[in-house]
Design a protein around this ligand. Structure first.
Ligand code: SF4
Ligand code: FES
Length: 274
């Protein structure tokens, strides 16, 4: 049996699939990359996308070829390490799903699947499908923290938190820092990521203290590292595996405008956050 591309495929009736992969191969960021074609056979619809790539890599190793390099860690949708663009969509066709949680049942026997790395100026390719996302860590270092004494946990009711703020903060805290929002954006903007961090920390009393500096410093760092600006395309929200909302970008813009207004030439603030 052959598909529309003329490829022979399995169709063996036991649910196992033959898939035709077009994968971006690149030795390092200073060398040119190219798409390479591979065929994987006997793929169960119940395995994950990364397990399918593991099978491909086993085949490549057996044949004495270089395995495909890709990023992954938890494989449970919580660390944000996996980072593939699958058929043009960061994290692939399943909404609210990281690449590691995408299963092969989303594809059909005989499908051709195009797999590329996240593409953005701030994310140079390390090798093949793995990109360097240290720029997101640098944004976090510039303000994505609170200063608090560690030690025994304080009594839970000693700091009252408005219910609405607690909910919005927790929703924003779901961001796993994967960078899919950057990869999906025409401008390679990291505004959804930064907006999530600013909401997560700034909406709680513990994070309010450094709120103004946080917003200002994180946005400045984002610009410095080569991320673009937001032009309200909303591609970021569409691909975010954690459902981070655009309203976080609106909050970021409002708070950045106020922080910029309050900023003094010596780097201090004209008045406190209120
Ligand atoms: S906002 Fe969403 S897409 Fe962007 S880094 Fe966070 S989890 Fe990933
Ligand atoms: S490998 Fe951790 S979220 Fe995918």
């Amino acid at each position: 049996m052959s598909n529309m591309n003329g490829h022979e495929h399995n169709g063996n009736g036991n649910g196992e699939m033959t898939l035709f992969l077009k994968i971006w191969r690149q030795k390092c960021c200073s060398e040119k990359g190219k798409m390479c074609e591979y065929t994987v056979k006997g793929i169960s619809p119940d395995i994950s996308f990364l397990e399918m790539l593991d099978i491909l890599n086993q085949d490549l190793i057996k044949r004495g070829e270089e395995p495909v390099v890709f990023d992954h860690d938890c494989r449970e949708g919580i660390c944000g390490a996996c980072s593939l663009v699958i058929n043009g969509i960061p994290h692939g066709p399943e909404v609210l799903t990281t690449t590691c949680q995408l299963h092969m049942r989303k594809f059909k026997d005989g499908d051709t699947i195009v797999i590329e790395p996240f593409r953005a100026k701030a994310f140079p390719v390390i090798r093949d499908l793995m990109v360097d996302r240290v720029a997101l860590d640098e944004i976090i270092t510039s303000g994505g923290y609170i200063s608090a004494n560690t030690g025994a946990a304080p009594e839970a009711n000693s700091i009252p938190v408005r219910q609405e703020n607690a909910e919005l903060s927790m929703d924003a805290a779901a961001c796993v820092g994967c960078g899919a929002c950057v990869a999906a954006c025409n401008n390679a903007s990291a505004m959804l990521f930064v907006g999530a961090k600013v909401s997560h920390l700034g909406l709680l009393p513990q994070g309010e203290i450094e709120g103004r500096e946080r917003v200002y410093n994180m946005v400045k760092k984002m610009d410095e590292l080569g991320f673009g600006n937001c032009t309200n395309e909303a591609e970021c929200e569409a691909v975010c595996p954690k459902g981070i909302k655009l309203s976080n970008i609106a909050r970021l813009n409002r708070q950045f405008a106020l922080s910029s207004f309050l900023k003094k030439d010596d780097g201090g603030l004209k008045q406190e956050w209120n």
